[in-house]
Design a protein around this ligand. Structure first.
Ligand code: EPU
Length: 435
C-alpha cells in the first residue's frame, strides 16, 4: 500500500493539465454496451475506478485496449449480463451498467452496491426510473435482478430526498434511449457529467432533448451505433487545483478547466480572497488578498456548490481569518476529513450536517488517513500549507479519482512523493468502497 509524503510551505506556481472527468467516464464506458459495435473513448483518465469499469466490460465479453488516454472497446454481444460482487463491491458506480444492460438485453444482474464511508447511498431512484419504464426488479442473494421484456417510454419524476441523482438519471436515460416511445425525465440531474453522457448517446444515434437541464426528453430508437467520443475535463480535479493555488498563495494555470462548470466554486474562491481568471484554454487562479477570508457554503446539486469539493474547501477555510460554515446537503455525513484536519491543528466543530470552522494561523504536519477520495484530497491540500511533514496513508482512495496527483503537484513546486507503506496490523482493514 502506498502513502503520500507532503512537505508543506511551498506556493504552487505553473501549469497543470486536467484529466478527463472520472464521473463522466464511468457511465460513458457503461453506455458503450448499448451498441454491438466497436467504440473509441478518448480523454479517459488512468484511474482505479475507470479500470474497474473496464474490468466489468471485459467480464461482459467486451475487450478494452488502452493506448495512453484512448480506450478502444471491441464490438460484441453480451452472453451473461452480470456485474459481479467482486467488482461492484470495490466501486459503487458499477451500478451504472444496469441501465444499458436492460436497454440492450432486457435483463441484468448487478450486485447490490450498499453504503459507503460518505454515508448511506440508496438506489431507490435508480429502481424507480427503471421500474417506470417497465422493468421488474427483485433482490436475491445480494444481487439486483432486473428484467424487462419490453421497455416503454413514460413520464418519470426522478427527484429524491436530496434533490436529483446523477447516476439514477444516467441509468434511466441509458435504458430509455432504446425504449419504445417517448420518455420524459423530470428533476433530472443537470451535472455536466450527465450532459456529457447524453451528448455521447446522441452521437450513438439516440434522440435526446433538454441535455443539461432538469427535463430530459428521449424519443426511443431501435438501435444505436458505436461511437468515437472525447470526455470532458474533470471539473472536480480542476477545482481541487484552483483551491490549491489560492490556499498556497501561489499562481496556477489549470489547462482544460471550465469556468462554466465551476461557477459556484469560482464565486466562493473570490469571496475567500482568491482571484480566478478565464484565459485561453483554461483558468488561472491566485490569491488576491493577504489573508484567506471566511465563507459560508452549502452543497447542492449542480449548478450549486458540489459536494465533491466540500472537503477541499474546508482545508481552505481552516486557514481563514474568521469563522466559516459549511453545510452538506447531498451527503449529510460526508465529514470524515474533519477529525483528520483537526489532528493537523484545524479547529472544526460538527453540528449536524454543518461544520463550523474557526480559521487558524497555522496547520502542522501529521500522519493522517481518510477512507474517502475527496477527504484524502483535502488532506493533501492541508499538507501543502502545513508546517513540516504530512504523511497521508491509504492513498488508493486518491488513485481512484486523481490521475498521477503527485506528479502533477511536484511539477508546480509541491514537495510531495509517494512511498510504500510499511505493514501495520491496524492497517489491515478492508479498503473503503469506491464512488
Ligand atoms: N440518492 C437517493 N436515492 C438514489 C440515489 C441517490 O436518495 O437512488 C441520494 C444520495 O444519497 C444523495 C443524493 O441523492 O444524497 C445525490 O446522490 P447521487 O445519486 O447524485 O450520487 P451518485 O450518482 O451516486 C455521483 C458521483 C459522486 C458525487 C454525487 C453527487 C459518480 C460516479 N459519482 O454519485 O462522486 O458525489 O454524484 O454529485 O458520478 C466522487 O467523485 O468523489 C463522488 C462521490
Amino acid at each position: 500500500m502506498d502513502k503520500l509524503i507532503v512537505e508543506g510551505g511551498t506556493p504552487l506556481r505553473g501549469r497543470i493539465k486536467v484529466s478527463g472527468a472520472k464521473n463522466a467516464c464511468l457511465p460513458i464506458l457503461a453506455a458503450v454496451l448499448l451498441s454491438d459495435d466497436e467504440s473509441i473513448i478518448r480523454n479517459v483518465p488512468d484511474l482505479k475506478d475507470v479500470n474497474t469499469m473496464l474490468d466489468i466490460l471485459t467480464g461482459l465479453g467486451r475487450k478494452a485496449v488502452r493506448e495512453k488516454d484512448v480506450v478502444r472497446i471491441s464490438g460484441g454481444i453480451v452472453d451473461r449480463p452480470v456485474a459481479p460482487y467482486e467488482l461492484v463491491s470495490t466501486m459503487r458506480a458499477s451500478i451504472c451498467v444496469l441501465g444499458p444492460l436492460l436497454g440492450r438485453y432486457h435483463e441484468a444482474k448487478v450486485s447490490f452496491p450498499g453504503g459507503c464511508v460518505i454515508g448511506p447511498r440508496p438506489i431507490d431512484l435508480h429502481i424507480k426510473g427503471l421500474k417506470a419504464l417497465g422493468t421488474v426488479i427483485k433482490v436475491e442473494e445480494g444481487y439486483i435482478i432486473a428484467s424487462a421484456p419490453k421497455l416503454t417510454g413514460t413520464r418519470i419524476y426522478l427527484g429524491g430526498h436530496f434533490g436529483s441523482s446523477v447516476l439514477a438519471t444516467a441509468n434511466t436515460l441509458m435504458a430509455a434511449v432504446l425504449a419504445e416511445g417517448d420518455t420524459v425525465i423530470e428533476d433530472a440531474a443537470g451535472e455536466p457529467e450527465v450532459a456529457d453522457l447524453a451528448n455521447m448517446l446522441a452521437k450513438m444515434g439516440a434522440r435526446i432533448e433538454g441535455i443539461g437541464t432538469a427535463t430530459i426528453r428521449v424519443r426511443g430508437v431501435k438501435k444505436l451505433k458505436g461511437v468515437d467520443y472525447t470526455i470532458i475535463s474533470d471539473r472536480i480535479e480542476a477545482g481541487t487545483f484552483l483551491i490549491a493555488a489560492v490556499l498556497t498563495d501561489g499562481k496556477l494555470f489549470i489547462e482544460g478547466a471550465s469556468a462554466e462548470h465551476n461557477l459556484a466554486l469560482i464565486d466562493k474562491l473570490e469571496e475567500c480572497g482568491g482571484s480566478v481568471e478565464e484565459k485561453q484554454g483554461g483558468l488561472e487562479a491566485c490569491r488576491a488578498t493577504r489573508s484567506i477570508r471566511p465563507t459560508h457554503i452549502t452543497t447542492l446539486p449542480y449548478p450549486g456548490f458540489p459536494t465533491d469539493l466540500q472537503a477541499q474547501m474546508m482545508s481552505l477555510s481552516a486557514m481563514s481569518d474568521g469563522i466559516s460554515v459549511i453545510t452538506e446537503k447531498i451527503y449529510p455525513e460526508r465529514f470524515i476529513h474533519v477529525s483528520e484536519l483537526n489532528r493537523m491543528g484545524a479547529e472544526i466543530m460538527l453540528e449536524g450536517a454543518s461544520a463550523i470552522i474557526k480559521g487558524v494561523k497555522r496547520l502542522s504536519g501529521a500522519p493522517v488517513m481518510a477512507s474517502d477520495l475527496r477527504a484524502s484530497a483535502a488532506l493533501v491540500l492541508a499538507g501543502l500549507v502545513a508546517d513540516g511533514r504530512t504523511e497521508i496513508s491509504r492513498i488508493y482512495h486518491l488513485d481512484r479519482g486523481y490521475e498521477h496527483i503527485e506528479e502533477k503537484l511536484s511539477a508546480v513546486g509541491a514537495r510531495v512523493r509517494r512511498e510504500k507503506e510499511k505493514k501495520k496490523s491496524s492497517q489491515g482493514k478492508a479498503p473503503g468502497k469506491g464512488v
